[in-house]
Design a protein around this ligand. Structure first.
Ligand SMILES: Cc1cc2nc3c(=O)[nH]c(=O)nc-3n(C[C@H](O)[C@H](O)[C@H](O)COP(=O)(O)O)c2cc1C
Length: 257
């Protein structure tokens, strides 16, 4: 096992990116971070991380996964931070985190794909989404070449103002994330199919009296609202008007663990 790529995803953008990267890396093995054995990458020469940017930084589940992972100084570590246009300080955060544990992030690229952050709106017009897919594909090929050549020194980041302002917001919001599920609700279209229960990586949803109930250990991946086939799950007041999104080449079965 030469190359291992660990991924975390809510709506498939990161899984799609990781799959494409694995193809470019010629036999890179893809493993979900969720439930992964931290020793799995034991004999790998190169280890990659592909995950979404959440609130201008690394999502909690990815941080917890990284804390458990066995890191070794000689391994080539690389990453794709999948985002909707504001990678901010995410890859610097990853680089420092690995450095503290004696490992080095050789290179990290930001990959821009349609936004799944539905409280702020839908994923944008189809034409724009297709353009993002095209650009992302090109960039992942470029990143693949960079990683295959074992090059280093490129850690992408957002502008300075973004890194300062949004890092502060990340730090302030981080502890609130588990309880941010208080704004989820579900309308009359719910038929208690249980997909939200199964797609939630945090096992944060139970069906109570035939309706989803969120248990306040949310990861804010938004898989529940985005994958609901009845478009019944809502968040706050505005989401009834917003289009749902998941990556078109990723299916529900691919994200249910
Ligand atoms: C809670 C949350 C916070 C997000 N914060 C950011 C952000 O800070 N910057 C950004 O560019 N995109 C942000 N996004 C958008 C996602 O990073 C983006 O849509 C990503 O492609 C989703 O990947 P996934 O489909 O693998 O989950 C956020 C999404 C969620 C759900």
């Amino acid at each position: 096992m030469k190359t291992v790529i660990f991924y975390y995803t809510g709506t498939g953008n990161s899984l799609w990116s990781a799959r494409l990267l694995a193809e470019k890396l010629d036999g890179g093995k893809l493993l979900p971070m969720k439930g992964a054995d931290p020793f799995l990458a034991g004999d790998a020469e190169a280890v990659g991380f592909v995950f979404p940017v959440h609130m201008w930084g690394i999502p909690g589940p990815v941080l917890r996964f990284l804390e458990k992972l066995t890191l070794k100084p000689g391994i080539y570590y690389f990453a794709l931070a999948v985002n909707a246009g504001q990678v901010s300080r995410t890859l610097i955060q990853l680089s420092r985190l690995l450095a503290r544990r004696g490992a080095k992030l050789a290179a990290g690229f930001g990959i821009v794909l349609p936004s799944n952050y539905i409280p702020w709106g839908g994923p944008g017009p189809e034409e724009r989404r297709n353009e993002l897919f095209r650009q992302a594909r090109e960039k992942i090929v470029e990143a693949g070449g960079f990683f295959t050549g074992r090059r280093s020194g490129l850690i992408e980041r957002g502008p300075l103002w973004q890194r300062i302002v949004f890092s502060a917001i990340y730090k302030l919001s981080f502890k609130q994330v588990p309880k941010m599920d208080k704004d989820f609700w579900c309308d009359d279209k719910c038929n208690a199919c249980g997909i939200c229960v199964n797609v939630c990586p945090a096992k944060n949803i139970v069906l109570a009296s035939g309706k989803p109930a969120w248990q306040h250990h949310c990861e804010q991946c938004l898989a529940c609202i985005q994958w609901c086939p009845q478009v019944s799950i809502q968040y706050g007041k505005k989401t009834p008007a917003y289009e749902r999104y998941h990556h078109p080449e990723v299916q529900l079965k691919d994200v249910i663990g």
